[in-house]
Design a protein around this ligand. Structure first.
Ligand code: Z5A
Length: 214
């Protein structure tokens, strides 16, 4: 049984990850590849409960950055063990909206937490279970925030200042530059149809590289 491939979508607020996840799904369906779609934080009932805790806004008690980091990894531990690793082992491809690169960008780049501690947690929680392909949807923070604001009320993290999201973006781009074999940077600023065309071409190239077409 050939292990499934693990594909993630990353990017700042309103970059279009949820929208483009459907594009990737359509490519896999057309190629006859069995896959599941999921998201982080979340992806299982317990991990979704942790997501609610992480994203529910304000209240009287602020959330410490360390608490936020550990909850992201608590949700991820559950998600990897219950859903991602079994699917990959069974030959099913996994298409996930965010993964540990988001922790590096938000808790490392955005919050300024120690990156070596994030790497240690990643090693403990998911070992060598890393994505095979990561699509980084890159959009200026101010443009992405405007899209997200139009769509829904702000969650706890979305209430951060613009400078936070600019640090997140810079960190994502640095990660992509450091791991060019895994990352593909997609210009997510143009209209949706243009972004969809870029994503389709990128996924098609990956499928060809993997010999994954029927
Ligand atoms: N987080 C973290 O801090 N650490 C971690 O380890 C993880 C996550 C895993 C929840 O993530 C939060 O958790 C998130 C990061 C943090 N922070 N916040 N804040 P999420 O992925 O569930 O939430 P999100 O980043 O806020 O996603 P989003 O705002 O839903 O963005 P999106 O999925 O990238 O965008 P979208 O829903 O596809 O599109 C947003 C709107 O723009 C929508 O109305 C679309 O129709 C529109 N859109 C999409 N593409 C375009 C184009 N090209 N042009 C114009 N309009 C467009």
């Amino acid at each position: 049984m050939r292990r499934g491939r693990f594909i993630t979508l990353e990017g700042g607020e309103g970059a279009g990850k949820s929208t483009q996840l459907q594009t990737v799904a359509a490519c896999l369906t057309a190629a006859g590849i069995p896959f599941l779609t999921t998201r982080e934080p979340g992806g299982t009932p317990r991990a979704e409960a942790i997501r609610s805790l992480l994203l529910s806004p304000g209240e009287a008690e602020p959330m410490a950055s360390e608490t936020e980091l550990l909850l992201m990894f608590a949700a991820r531990a559950q998600h990897v063990k219950q859903r991602i690793a079994p699917a990959l082992a069974a030959g099913t491809w996994v298409l996930c909206d965010r993964f540990t690169d988001a922790t590096r960008a938000y808790q490392g780049g955005g919050r300024g937490l120690d990156l070596s501690q994030i790497e240690a947690l990643a090693g403990w929680v998911h070992g060598d279970c890393w994505p095979d392909l990561t699509l980084l949807l890159d959009v200026p923070a101010v443009q992405g925030l405007a899209r997200a604001e139009k769509r829904s009320a702000k969650d706890r993290i979305e209430q951060e200042a613009l400078a936070f999201f600019e640090r997140v973006r810079a960190h994502y781009l640095a990660q992509a530059a450091a791991e060019p074999e895994r990352f593909r940077v997609i210009d997510a600023a143009p209209a949706e149809a243009t972004v969809t065309a870029q994503v389709t071409a990128t996924v098609e190239a990956f499928l060809a590289q993997e010999g994954a077409h029927d």
